[in-house]
Write a protein that binds this ligand. Sequence first.
Ligand code: ADP
Ligand code: MG
Length: 307
Amino acid sequence: MALGEFELIYQYFSSYGAGAAVQLGVGDDCAVLSVPEGDQLVASVDTMVEGRHFTEAAFPEDVAFRSVAAAASDLAAMGARPLGMTLALTVPDADELWLHAFSEGVGRAVTAFDLPLVGGDTTRGALTISVQVFGAVPAGQALLRSGAGPGDRLCVSGFLGDAAAGLALEQGTSTFELSDIEYLSQRFYRPTPRLTLGQSLLGTATACIDISDGLLADVVHLAQASGVAVSIESSRVPLSPALRRLQNSEQALRWALTGGDDYELCFTLPSAAALPPHCTVIGKIEAGEGVDCDLALGAPPGFDHFA
Ligand code: ADP
Ligand code: MG
């Protein structure tokens, strides 16, 4: 590497570390974060690999933003407040143009999610990005997958299927109205983790999961963890105007039900609880087991790296 490892770190990754919880950021053996009294620390890590989660054609800014957004979405799903993140970056070489663009994307995500970059690791190899996130949640209150009970309503935030449509757009397997292209591609590359919504659900939602593998697949996880049956009404699943404009409405619904990468929240609410803004009731929880959807899609739900 023309650029040394430490120069690279300091040049591109040492300026995003300011945050309320950060006592010490990049530069020492560990970062030091303060966890407010009465809170618990929640932690998660997510990895993206070139050729598997994104292609060589993807812009480095987008790869960076999406990697951080996907990791931050797990904090949202727990109802956690972001404290900070670390970044383990494996790059084939010290390509300064690429690193510059990548670090811009990191910076944008740091600002957007209030998630300071407090440390990491930098090595050489096939392009791989691991983002570990830390958050805080009032002790004992984290939103789990396991709390749903019979009588609860199944809800989702935002619109579903846009990211899968954005991916199909990138892969050239579907065509869209010109005016929808930018929106759908942004929904794939620049997802919005629902951090504020997640925190607002604390004490209200009985269970929560973020939709990363596809609605049906993630609802199966929630149903299994909670030991309940879930029924989904496909006609209630919220589709964006862009997906509603699609000629092939079955394809749109298939994306919404089985496409991954939306990073919306799926949660359960007791019948008396108010529905938050921009959220939709799509089904209900009953005693029993399994996930039932009125539409038989004949497609394997979700994505399994080892299936
Ligand atoms: P160590 O050898 O003690 O693990 P490193 O030499 O890997 O430390 O890293 C030096 C400092 O730079 C550490 O504070 C580490 O957290 C930080 N760091 C390394 N890579 C990154 C990165 N990609 N992004 C942010 N911080 C990083
Ligand atoms: Mg190291």
